[in-house]
Design a protein around this ligand. Structure first.
Ligand code: AMP
Length: 280
């Protein structure tokens, strides 16, 4: 496994691999790797000849009052985990390497303003900009994203389609703790009590899924149920509970087809997101 920190070196490596006819599969991360990230690396391993994992805590996707500074940085542990997975390359640039007084951004309209974009207005612009840059640097044939960040995966697919990136976007399912809590680097901010409260987020989604399977047809009733459940159990301050059609990410009037229920809750110092897909 090689660690590359320079953009030029990364591009030269990818050019060489492409010339040799190798398929490059790419997993972008912000590090502090857990089993969710690793599951994406394993998926990439199955899809490509060469696996590149980027570790970059991207400043442009954090708002001014968010956790950019305190975000967990654990490179040595991450390196060991990736070595064990036979990762080929870790791309590990610093912020100076990635951003030299930039004036250019990539922005997916409308979808960047809904759901997480309401409380994090510059977040997705930061994500789509850095992912575009990483695509131009790593030159992958395939890139793998987690369904944990379902809105992000949708926005990336839209960007790839709109800008004709010649890259196939794959997604990996959400990995969870035994109590149901979705694995996240931000879980490290939780106290023990907050941690067990946070597991009720997934419980509320599963209960909602059961209501739909038992015949509930009205999305509003599901939203009210989840909000009541989270409030009754004092899980935290709800940012949003919304239901979208999973095919176009627009609000759904009826609970049919592929729908996705998405939740964001502030639990202690952490802003946690989770979602569930239900096909009816
Ligand atoms: P992050 O390091 O948080 O930016 O995440 C990097 C990638 O890992 C993104 O595509 C996330 O959606 C994905 N990811 C994060 N948590 C999980 C999880 N619990 N299960 C599966 N994928 C995840």
């Amino acid at each position: 496994m090689n660690i590359i920190t320079s953009i030029g070196e990364m591009q030269a490596y990818s050019d060489k691999m492409r010339k040799e006819g190798k398929t490059i599969a790419f997993v972008p991360t912000m590090g502090n790797l857990h089993d969710g990230h690793i599951s994406l690396v394993r998926k990439a391993k199955k899809l490509g000849d060469i696996v590149v994992v980027s570790i970059f805590v991207n400043p442009t996707q954090f708002g001014p009052n968010e956790d950019y500074k305190s975000y967990p940085r654990t490179f040595e542990e991450d390196r060991k985990k990736l070595e064990k997975e036979n990762t080929d390359i870790i791309f590990f640039p610093d912020a100076k390497e990635m951003y030299d007084k930039p004036k250019t951004y990539v922005y997916v309209e409308d979808y960047s303003r809904i759901l997480c974009g309401k409380s994090r207005p510059t977040h997705f612009r930061g994500v789509t900009t850095v992912v575009s840059k990483l695509f131009n640097i790593i030159k992958p044939h395939i890139a793998v994203f987690g369904e944990k960040d379902a809105q992000q995966a949708f926005i990336i697919k839209k960007m790839v389609k709109d800008l004709n990136f010649d890259i196939k976007i794959e997604t990996g399912e959400i990995k969870r703790e035994p109590n149901g809590l979705a694995l996240s680097s931000r879980n490290a901010y939780l106290t023990d009590e907050e941690h067990s409260k946070a597991s009720l987020i997934y419980k509320s989604l599963r209960e909602a899924e059961n209501m739909i399977r038992r015949g509930e047809k009205n999305p509003e009733n599901i939203v009210i149920f989840i909000k009541n459940f989270l409030n009754k159990n004092k899980v935290g301050k709800i940012d949003y509970v919304e239901i979208v059609n999973d095919d176009d990410f627009l609000p759904t009037e009826s609970l049919t087809g592929n729908i996705r229920i998405l939740v964001a809750v502030y639990v202690g110092k952490a802003r946690l997101i989770d979602n569930i897909k239900v096909s009816v």
